[in-house]
Design a protein around this ligand. Structure first.
Ligand code: NAP
Length: 312
């Protein structure tokens, strides 16, 4: 009988059985073990979402880590990550498509004046508002990476005027792409709807605050599915309450789950989603996790390696 292949596991998102089920057909002999068990000390790879500080450095046989998400802030930010380890993340086309669906849903809510029509329905009021023309509506996608580029392209298919922002220069058909600090301001000042899908790094933490909200067009809507810590939440409430912003739709919060006494819950112009816009799925991401495990064990750089110095 061949010895089991121990792979360490730590996540609060899915059970260990969930991943065991999805990875067993793909990785011969795999046995997931909780990262705090003694057997995990034999593991060369850790699969994780949000390991506690010290867990990664404490696994002495480790060659690398696989993030069970597209984001990596939950593994890197404020935590020790030994420099000899390889680090892979997910880049799952299913997640880009799921995010594109969610962004379409939320953008169309504003574009088709859903809040006004639902309020009118509650009043039994047969109102008909002036229609908005997609081509006259500018949607900015902040972050044109694996997910943002698919979201931006999907929005062009509905004829929106799509602009976007990234760190490096980009060329995407039908999208006016900006980069750098000037590009950030250009997007904020032009967009009717701002959609942020940025990774959380030292550069993007608190990037949406009273100063940057004030640069947004009066009446703009703000949508965030990147990370909650990119938004100064009191500043967002102030920007909406003052009437400067039309409203906000948020899938991510500074503290998750959102505390029950948080001002977002009851705010009539702020829509709360429980971090579900693009969820990790075992069936769609299993093959690339299996591939990353094989690469890390063989000492190869995994296909979707994280640039640790850059933080995403
Ligand atoms: P990605 O492929 O790494 O793309 C990140 C994009 O952000 C890139 O275009 C990058 O520019 C840009 N960017 C990063 N830092 C920047 C900066 N300082 N200035 C300007 N642009 C910057 O990431 P992804 O896979 O698309 O995912 C993006 C984020 O979405 C994840 O990190 C995660 O936080 C979030 N997410 C949320 C959910 C959810 O359910 N809510 C699901 C999945 C992911 P370059 O292209 O020039 O590098």
């Amino acid at each position: 009988m061949t010895a089991p292949l121990y792979i360490a596991y730590h996540s609060v998102d899915h059970s260990i059985d969930y991943w065991q089920k999805h990875l067993s057909p793909l990785v011969p002999g795999i046995e997931l073990v909780h990262a705090d068990e003694a057997r995990a000390q034999e593991a060369e790879v850790l699969l994780t979402w949000n390991p506690p500080e010290g867990m990664v450095a404490g696994l002495k046989n480790l060659k690398g880590v696989v993030s069970l998400a597209q984001g990596v802030d939950h593994v890197l930010n404020g935590k020790t990550f030994p420099s000899h380890l390889k680090f892979a993340r997910l880049i799952d086309p299913y997640m880009s498509e799921a995010m594109a669906e969610w962004v379409m849903l939320t953008v169309l809510e504003y574009h088709r004046d859903v809040p006004q029509y639902r309020a009118a329905e509650r009043r039994k009021d047969w109102i008909r508002l002036e229609p908005n023309i997609a081509a006259d509506t500018t949607v900015a996608i902040m972050g044109l990476g694996a997910i943002g580029s698919v979201v931006a392209t999907t929005l062009t298919k509905l004829k929106f005027n799509v602009i976007g922002w990234s760190r490096s220069e980009k060329s995407l058909q039908g999208v006016t792409a900006f980069h750098g600090d000037d590009g950030f301001d250009a997007c904020l000042t032009q967009a009717d709807i701002i959609v942020s899908i940025l990774p959380l790094t030292t550069e993007t933490e608190n990037i949406y605050n009273s100063t940057t909200f004030s640069k947004m067009k009066p009446g703009a809507a703000f949508i965030n599915s990147g990370r909650g810590k990119q938004v100064v939440e009191d500043d967002l409430i102030a920007a909406v309450d003052s009437g400067h912003l039309r409203g906000a739709t948020l899938d991510v919060m500074r503290v998750e789950p959102l505390p029950t006494d948080h001002g977002f819950w009851d705010h009539p112009k702020i829509n709360v989603w429980p971090h579900v816009s693009a969820q990790t799925h075992g069936a769609t991401s299993g093959p690339q996790i299996a591939e990353a495990i094989a690469d890390i064990r063989a000492g190869r750089d995994p296909r979707n390696s994280v640039n640790i110095a850059r933080g995403y």
